[in-house]
Design a protein around this ligand. Structure first.
Ligand code: F0G
Length: 478
């Protein structure tokens, strides 16, 4: 499979309509050209999918054929952990593809975390997406959205963000100089690590007096009015890039399908993209079974859990009963309920990809759980003790795996992959508060969130500035 053939294949895909956008609503099903920018169906307003006429695309016969791409890593397309799977997201011609070398991430066997979760040794893996250039999984999708934006000739790109999407957008914008970044953030809701990225990379930063859900509504209005390209995960091209997280997981497992994928749920882009990845791989005959999917909400932002597990909202062959969702949102409004969790990245009450996530849960026999901030921080401390570390939202996946293991839904011998979505340094405030010796600091940051203990804290020891005392302390504790 020569690279020139791939590049040409992808170019002609655009010209001959091999890739297209299609409305998710089975009763509508409207299709749109791949070259147009849309974040919703013109006809019915529903979400859009990117679809392919696979019969006209040269897809490798076996997934292991992708291994040879790595031997050509001096080519930018093959160096990228996203674009070396180009044949499985062939919407962009090779000359429009944007890459900064994203997706060079790793799957790590984590036996200590497995012990914490209650799994057998060798059965729990952490897919560390914090290794991406901007420090979170967002780069997987951002390079895809940027490639599409480039195809449309966009000059500005916008997003609402709890921090990581904005950091990623700002980074692609400043590295490539292709588009100016405009980011919308809620007040006081973004961690300094993430905000510092957006500011330093030069994004126009608009702070809304409200939370993420408010910022999301506004950015949709503003980008429509001003003709700015929107890169939130409501953009279906983002999800094409995010599919590749699963391709890399399979690759690291020598193309064996794990039993479970466990992922934090915020705006539900990842879970939706993962479901699409497995649906397409199955359709293409590249895998013969799919893993089960567990989506983990924070207890303070648990819309998916409430709808799926408590109110039985289901995909229902493409016609979910959205009146259940409307009632739920009306009730949130009536109570003036706002999302609230230490895992600020997933502090979201109105997930834009809800319907796509329902489809993924349906296809992957999924479950949804909610975990408390206490459970998130304990799981995070365990992940960190293993040396990789993650931000609070990411640890929801490990806390969720533990909960499912405790419930007996995950068996100790099953193979489980937890997705660590963001880097440890993104949000150090909660980490430092968890490990602090200062009870006031602990209470200030964590007490109001119902976190009462730090069972896995690694506390600093305070010593006078005297050689003997320092040596005594090291001998005592070391
Ligand atoms: N983990 C991290 C670290 C995130 O930043 C996000 C989302 C999620 C999980 C949730 O992923 O939306 O695919 O369910 N952050 C977005 C942002 C909302 O603006 O950075 P999802």
């Amino acid at each position: 499979m020569a690279d020139t053939k791939l590049a040409k294949g992808s170019s002609s895909a655009i010209q001959s309509g091999i890739a297209f956008q299609r409305c998710l609503n089975s009763l509508c099903g409207a299709t749109f050209d791949i070259g147009q920018e849309r974040t919703a169906c013109d006809r019915c307003g529903d979400l859009l999918d990117i679809e392919y006429d696979w019969s006209r695309i040269e897809v490798p016969k076996r997934l292991s054929d992708f291994e040879q791409m790595w031997t050509r890593r001096y080519e930018p397309l093959r160096f990228s952990g996203v674009w070396r799977f180009h044949e499985l997201l062939p919407f962009a011609p090779a000359d429009k593809v944007v890459t900064v070398g994203e997706g060079q991430t790793l799957l790590q066997r984590a036996d200590e975390v497995a012990k914490f979760v209650g799994m057998d040794a060798g059965k729990l893996f952490l897919q560390y997406e914090g290794m991406n250039p901007s420090g979170s999984f967002k780069d997987n999708g951002m390079c895809a959205a940027f490639s599409h934006a480039r195809m449309t000739g966009a000059k500005r790109a916008a997003c609402a963000s709890t921090g990581n999407t904005s950091a990623s957008l700002a980074m692609y914008s400043s590295v490539t100089r292709l588009m100016k970044a405009v980011i919308f953030i809620g007040s006081g809701k973004i961690s300094y690590g993430k905000l510092s990225q957006a500011l330093e990379y030069g994004a126009l930063t608009v702070q809304i007096a409200g939370d993420f859900d408010d910022a999301m509504l506004r950015v949709r209005e503003v980008s429509k009015d001003l003709g700015i390209y929107l890169v939130n995960s409501i953009n279906p091209f983002r999800l094409e890039g995010q599919k590749t997280v699963m391709f890399r997981v399979l690759e690291a497992l020598r193309w064996e399908v794990p039993d479970w994928i466990v992922v934090p749920g915020g705006n539900l882009g990842n879970s939706s993209a993962f479901g699409k990845a497995f649906r397409e791989l199955k359709q293409l005959g590249l895998i013969d079974r799919v893993p089960r999917l567990a989506v983990i909400n924070a207890a303070g932002a648990d819309t998916l859990y409430q709808l799926y597990e408590r109110r039985n909202l289901r995909w229902n062959d493409g016609a979910p009963d959205m009146s259940i969702t409307c009632h739920y949102y009306d009730d949130l409004d009536a109570r003036k309920a706002k999302a609230d969790t230490i895992a600020s990245a997933i502090e979201i009450n109105r997930p834009v990809n809800l319907k796509k996530c329902l489809r993924a849960l349906d296809f992957c026999d999924g479950v949804v759980r909610k975990v408390t901030d206490q459970e998130i921080l304990d799981a995070k401390a365990q992940v960190g003790a293993g040396g990789i570390g993650c931000e609070p939202a990411s640890a929801a996946s490990v806390a969720g795996a533990k909960m499912l293991r405790d419930e007996g839904i995950i068996a100790p011998s099953e193979r489980v992959v937890c997705i660590l979505t963001g880097h440890q340094l993104k949000d150090p405030t909660a980490t430092v508060a968890y490990h602090t010796t200062d009870q006031d600091k602990f209470n200030e940051v964590l007490g109001s969130r119902g976190v009462s203990r730090a069972s896995f804290a690694n506390r600093a020891i305070a010593v006078p500035n005297e050689l003997d005392a320092i040596i005594r302390a090291i001998q005592l504790y070391g």
